[in-house]
Ligand binder design. Sequence first.
Ligand SMILES: Cc1cc2nc3c(=O)[nH]c(=O)nc-3n(C[C@H](O)[C@H](O)[C@H](O)COP(=O)(O)OP(=O)(O)OC[C@H]3O[C@@H](n4cnc5c(N)ncnc54)[C@H](O)[C@@H]3O)c2cc1C
Length: 431
Amino acid sequence: MSGLETHSLYALPIPQCRMEEILEQRAHELGVDIRRGHEMVALRQDADAVIVDVASPAGSYQLTSRFLVGADGGSSAVRKLSGIGFPGITDDSFVGRTGQVAIPPPVSDPETGELDVPGLGRLRPASFTRTENGLFAYGMFQPGVYRVAVFEWDQPKLDDSDSITIDELREAVRRVLGSDIPIAELPAGIPVVMSRSTSSNSRQADRYRAGRVFLVGDAAHVHSGVGGPGLNLGMQDVMNLAWKLAAELAGHAPEGLLDTYEIERRPVGERVIMHTRAQTALLSPGAYITALRQLLGELLHEKNNVQHLSDLLSGADVHYDMRTEGEAHPLTGRWMPDLALESEGGPTRIAELMRSARPLLLDLANRADLRKVVADWTDRVDVVAADSVEQLADVVLIRPDGYVAWAAGPETSDATDGLRHALTTWFGPPV
Ligand SMILES: Cc1cc2nc3c(=O)[nH]c(=O)nc-3n(C[C@H](O)[C@H](O)[C@H](O)COP(=O)(O)OP(=O)(O)OC[C@H]3O[C@@H](n4cnc5c(N)ncnc54)[C@H](O)[C@@H]3O)c2cc1C
């Protein structure tokens, strides 16, 4: 990807506990009531409401709400209790072993995390090494602490386990790399993580909605972790659904708005399942796969192909149908780039303006004619006039999830009608 002028694929190495802290803090700021240790055990719905039974340390109780969002992970009880199927595949052709270990110098370089493996040369953290006997991957999450993962195919059947020995891990690494690595236990105080897994699921809910119940995140899709797309995919589901539910509860959602959640997000989940399966195939053993890797390697000398993969893996190729009236501007349906802006209030960015989670009309060309149209929607839609060095459009209407509902350039004809249509389609009728 480094050969591309721009690409939006990069990793943010944030430990999960930190990620949860940040999300929890934001939820508290917004007044969300988080109840830990409370389990939803049953649900039913009628035309007006969803009723759930909750088991808690202090006893059982019921909750009634207009909608229920199942964000309860791959084994989702919400999905099962709503009768939503979860078709796909379970791959049990491999045995994977993972451990959090020390690898002392000189095999490891404590500065860079690189490993010098006899017979294989220097390996980089966060890379995959595919050999004739399997797959080796590792990362260094803090100096001297390595997370090693090793996968083998055509192995005798074994059970999953959360407590394998360090010798079992060491032996598997030796079989796959054909060389010994001095894998050692970590000092006391660093959690011991040693596990064996023998299957991987790749499945998608056959519906994302059943009446008043919605699924988001792993409840709606699970797939191989290769490339780490899971968290982003789930967060984007939530971003897509949340503002639509809010509009429904506030009473100004246009007809059918809630249905666009599944229409927009299911194909995105399908594509992540597709590319994680493709990557899993490319990491598996055998002469046919080696040939396929060689062919793909040749195709990746073409910049366009690299760009295609970068866009696929980062989700930059997501494009929603915004049901535009007339000719659609190229930005329409796409993720709004995070432009640097100069506004009346000083320098800002798109990401800052979106913090309010309200629709935004961004005027980059002093189009008073179009700002006037929004006057009938200002209870729901913010209007900001600003300058930007990158003049991607005159005016952009951005949904709270960061996607462009409508845009116009200097050439756009019937812009007032187009904007009125987009405002009504996505944010409801005028006041
Ligand atoms: C080892 C591992 C490494 C990963 N690494 C990455 C990575 O590097 N990058 C990445 O993007 N993704 C990664 N993933 C995937 C990522 O963790 C998931 O995609 C993400 O956590 C899904 O979030 P979620 O909120 O949908 O579900 P979950 O994180 O599974 O959360 C579901 C929550 O619902 C709760 N719950 C379940 N049932 C009930 C019930 N009946 N009542 C009440 N609460 C309930 C659970 O306790 C849990 O808190 C990894 C996953 C694993 C297992």
